[in-house]
Design a protein around this ligand. Structure first.
Ligand code: CO
Length: 666
């Protein structure tokens, strides 16, 4: 068995102010709202989320144990009045404490709308006629994916819209993305629950070849000839932790090695980490107050009618937390696993629990550090280990894994794992797509990009932090560089929000340092964490495109803002059907000071996806992300005190197998 034990955690508030809402609290929130405001059935619950107390209140709770008010932030949508309402419910007081109608916005697509769209479309005679034109008469095999509408100049104004696309299965478990209904675009009014427009841009034959990935369906002769059987030569790898994991969990508080943090969750952001700190000589030193995915944006590069509409903000338009998978023991994570359930809301405001939504486990991460003294042949090696806190969201055809890693050397990493099924298009057999890659006869994957923005409410050794851009800079030849070899690490402080909108630059190894000028190490250097970009890219969409007007956050890799708890989302609170760039471009307008302030770092990164034939029929995981690494936060290697793993590795002389440690002169 790869998994020795499971510890399933049921969310019951342990009394910490940052604990997500419990199912009971969510029920109570809906009850208070219904009683206090006599809500009719037309009023739907879009999102119900913990209203996080202020940092001051959380600090007081930590110092004195003083209880904080428990409150929920609720977004309601009144379908009858076509109104969005932001409200706050105090669970402590049992009362609605804020109520505000927000004009001119569309909240994210609700799950009930998501599922109704399929039924409404399937019943529409215009859609049915378009399907018959393609020779499809069994409508039960159609998959109707509700793509967020974005905007189009021909759209009826002020209506709540969604723009589904159609795919066709050949049987109940068949991968329907193998047969996209090219050229058919439907527009649905979600208030009226009516199809308002069906555009058929012309018939392209359905691709004939199946694209199945379930072993039961892969070898029916209709699939890829490269695979004839499931491999039989893979022997087990067991991850065993006979003494149990090295972490301890108390409610949502996690302690692992020297790391301390709290796990959190919201229906919109999914996994959230709070109060990440590192215990150093008996003191927990804060690093990040709150870390979360703040938005995603996926623009497609194909101008064809079925593909140009694909401009999705998966977080703000759907809610990543709502789409989390219940994780399978021994499948998604190996080892000694601790699961956290997630509590989202349904449209009646009732709790919707996703069991095992968040997985936590430890991983061996290979060699952490090593040196062999070749003269004495004495060798020291330590293994690296990481704590993995992760979740997986299914957004229609795609899967996104969101992985936070904490390492024994003080490093923090965030990694997105992109997998699932590509969004496909059909093309006449024999033709080559100009804006995509052929993956099967008559089937292609359009070029696209996936942008992510992570909001890092930094707290390096305290609230007062400053940010520096650090570039490698070669010195010009001359008295300062007489041999031509000299380069320096050039630091430039980003002192205001107008200066802190930056691009990554791999040619100068650009990093961004978040430093606490009031906290210095033994060498007098300010305690610092640096943000190290991974692979990155910019959107290629031009001015006037939806990307340009709606997803400005993705056009800069680094943004830094002064802390404001109301500023949570890189593309604004309501990106659904938005026609302008909210979020970061708005936040920085005040051009606030970033010098020794409570600051928030926002990092945008993109996964550039020119589809490969190998991405079909299901995509091998590709990765995107970044690291946060300590720089002068410690006085030396923080993993120096890691124990030797086994005595045999440290014979204190020749390695145990008798071989020399390196070239030895005879
Ligand atoms: Co992709």
């Amino acid at each position: 068995m790869a998994v020795q034990s499971v510890d399933v955690f049921s969310p019951v508030s342990s009394g910490h102010p940052l604990d997500p809402l419990s199912p009971e609290e969510m029920r109570r929130t809906a009850e208070i709202l219904r009683t206090d405001r006599s809500l009719g059935s037309q009023v739907r619950f879009v999102s119900v989320t913990l209203r996080e107390p202020t940092k001051q209140e959380v600090r007081q709770h930590g110092d004195t144990g003083a209880a904080c008010e428990r409150a929920a932030s609720v977004v309601l949508y009144d379908r009858g009045a076509q109104q969005t309402i932001e409200t706050v419910v105090s669970l402590t007081e049992g009362a609605v404490t804020a109520w505000r109608v927000v004009d001119g916005v569309q909240p994210g697509v609700m799950l009930e709308e998501f599922f109704s769209t399929e039924e409404i479309t399937r019943a529409d005679p215009r859609w049915q006629e378009a399907m018959r034109r393609r020779g499809i008469t069994d409508f039960s095999l159609a998959m109707i994916d509700p793509w967020a509408a974005g905007y189009d100049i021909e759209d009826p104004l002020g209506r709540r819209l969604i723009r589904p696309l159609t795919f066709v299965r050949s049987g109940p478990d068949d991968n329907g993305y193998a047969r996209p209904v090219e050229g058919l675009v439907v527009l649905v009014d979600l208030d009226l629950m009516q199809v308002v427009d069906v555009r058929d841009h012309g018939v392209v034959p359905l691709p004939e070849k199946a694209g199945n990935y379930m072993p039961e369906l892969m070898f029916d002769g209709d699939n890829r000839p490269a695979h004839t059987a499931v491999r039989s030569d893979l022997r087990p790898i067991d991850i065993t932790q006979p003494e149990g994991p090295s972490f301890t969990v108390d409610g949502y508080a996690v302690s692992w090695q020297k790391w301390r943090l709290r796990v959190g969750y919201t229906p919109r952001e999914g996994l959230v980490l709070h109060q990440i700190g590192y215990e150093d000589r008996g003191r927990v030193r804060p690093v990040v107050y709150r870390a979360s995915l703040s938005e995603m944006y996926i623009p497609y590069a194909d101008p064809a009618p079925t593909h140009r509409i694909k401009n999705v903000f998966d977080e703000g338009e759907y809610g990543i937390g709502l789409l989390l998978n219940p994780l399978q023991l021994g499948c998604d994570c190996l080892g000694e696993i601790h699961y956290f359930d997630a509590v989202a809301n349904d449209q009646d405001g009732q709790p919707l629990t996703i069991p095992n939504a968040i997985c936590m486990h430890e991983e061996d991460y290979g060699v952490g550090w090593k040196h062999t003294d070749f003269r004495t042949e004495k060798m020291e090696v330590r293994r690296s280990r990481r704590l993995v806190i992760s979740c997986f969201a299914t957004v229609g055809n795609y899967e996104y894994g969101f992985f936070w890693y904490l390492y024994t050397d003080g490093t923090i990493q965030f990694e997105v794992k992109l997998t699932g099924v590509i969004s496909t298009g059909a093309i006449p057999v024999g033709e080559q797509p100009r804006f995509g890659t052929l993956v099967a006869p008559g089937l292609y994957g359009p070029h696209h990009q996936h942008f992510f923005n992570v909001r890092l409410d930094m707290q390096v050794d305290g609230d007062g932090n400053s940010v520096y851009e650090v570039d490698a800079a070669a010195l010009p030849p001359g008295p300062d560089n007489p041999y031509g070899n000299a380069w320096i690490a050039q630091r430039k402080q980003l002192t205001r929000e107008s200066e802190a909108q930056r691009l990554f630059d791999p040619f100068v190894a650009r990093t961004w340092h978040i430093a606490n000028p009031s906290s210095v190490n033994e060498l007098g250097q300010p305690a610092t964490y640096k943000l190290m970009p991974g692979d990155n890219v910019l959107p290629l969409q031009q001015e006037g495109s939806q990307a340009w007007t709606r997803a400005q956050f993705a056009y800069k890799h680094l943004w830094v803002t002064a802390y404001d708890p109301a500023e949570m989302f890189a593309a604004g609170d309501y990106p659904n059907q938005s026609q302008n760039a909210g979020g970061l471009p708005e936040f920085v307008k005040a051009d606030r000071s970033l010098d020794d302030q409570d600051i928030v770092v926002w990092y945008s990164f993109g996964a550039h996806h020119v589809v490969r034939p190998e991405d079909w029929p299901v995509m091998p995981v590709s990765y995107a992300g970044f690291h946060l690494k300590p720089v002068g936060f410690f006085d030396g290697n923080p993993a120096l005190d890691m124990p030797r793993s086994t005595p045999a590795c440290h014979a204190g002389g020749a390695p145990v197998d008798g071989s020399a440690a390196g070239p030895v002169a005879e």
